[in-house]
Design a binder for this molecule. Structure first.
Ligand SMILES: NC(=O)c1ccc[n+]([C@@H]2O[C@H](COP(=O)([O-])OP(=O)(O)OC[C@H]3O[C@@H](n4cnc5c(N)ncnc54)[C@H](O)[C@@H]3O)[C@@H](O)[C@H]2O)c1
Length: 274
């Protein structure tokens, strides 16, 4: 055998800049976006933590800096074209061209076709898919010029399965996220740019206190958490870290041959029959 072997799992992002749209958290604790920001910083990246909630973006930056990492908080609406342009200009001013884009922002409204107005669908689509378009447009020129870049977007198993309650606009727009990423990946596969989607299952983040608890027993959040965990074949909800580590792998050189894929991070629930 000849030639050098690659380093063991090349997960490092030293010298690279990561932009996380939705890097704060809707409540105290570890959201997927916050855990992803910290993960990228631990891999050596400089991290742009963008969120519409200034305080939660600042908290993510504080957590990174206390570990010795580099990060900046950027405040704006990911679905607003002017905000997006400004956010990416601020990001470049802070840490240079973007190497890693992580689109984490996702909203929904519980309800089926009868309970979902055209306005609801348009609003949710604008945030879940429209914001991803704006962010991708903002990073592509840098990535194409330097012939390198990694994009990861966060979908949901709701794009693949009925979850036991109607969540139509969320599921439809998350399915859109997956095909958006697949098409970007294929269009730019020969240009050194990779794009993939992670598909979280039932994850124990602060968000479920408001959005999911009501589906089980709104008065007893602990019972709601346990009911959610029981649905998963491996017996527990995922953590924000379970998802963040999958993202950290996908945007690293360890995943150099992976593009256009959807990586289920779901404890096996998608393969389950009942
Ligand atoms: N928690 C789960 O069980 C679960 C499961 C599957 C998929 N997901 C997806 O994972 C992602 C993160 O989920 P999470 O639980 O960490 O949620 P989260 O709501 O805590 O985090 C999302 C962040 O995005 C920010 N945000 C929302 N709209 C924004 C906008 N228009 N512009 C800028 N920032 C905005 C919020 O302020 C928040 O900080 C979402 O896309 C969600 O749909 C979550």
């Amino acid at each position: 055998m000849t030639g050098a072997t690659p380093p063991a799992l090349p997960l490092g992002l030293a010298g690279r800049t990561a932009f996380v749209a939705g890097g704060g958290s809707t409540g105290p604790g570890w959201s997927i976006g916050r855990a992803a920001c910290v993960t990228y910083a631990r891999q050596g990246a400089s991290v742009c933590v963008a969120d519409r909630d200034e305080a939660s973006a600042a908290e993510t930056v504080r957590l990174i800096e206390q570990e010795g990492g580099r990060a900046v908080a950027l405040v704006g609406d990911a679905a607003d074209a002017q905000d997006a342009e400004r956010l990416f200009a601020e990001a470049r001013a802070a840490f240079g061209p973007i190497d890693v884009l992580h689109y984490n922002v996702g909203i929904g409204k519980v309800g089926g076709a009868a309970a979902t107005s055209a306005q609801d669908l348009a609003r949710i689509h604008a945030v879940n898919v429209g914001g991803l378009l704006l962010a991708t447009q903002a990073v592509l020129p840098d990535m194409l010029e330097r012939r390198r870049g990694a994009i990861v977007a966060v979908s949901s198993i709701a794009a693949h399965r009925y979850l036991g309650y109607p969540h139509l606009a969320y599921g439809v727009t998350k399915a859109g996220v997956e095909q958006f990423i697949r098409l970007v990946a294929l269009e730019h596969a020969a240009s050194g740019i990779r794009a993939n989607t992670v598909v979280p299952g039932l994850i124990d983040t602060p968000r479920i206190a408001t959005t999911v608890a009501a589906q089980f027993d709104a008065d007893d959040f602990e019972a709601a958490r346990q009911a959610r965990a029981k649905q998963v074949p491996n017996g527990r909800m995922g953590t924000a870290w379970d998802v963040a580590h999958a993202c950290g792998f996908l945007v690293s050189d360890a995943a150099a041959y992976i593009t256009g894929t959807t990586l289920m991070v779901d404890g096996g629930i998608t393969g389950k029959y009942v």
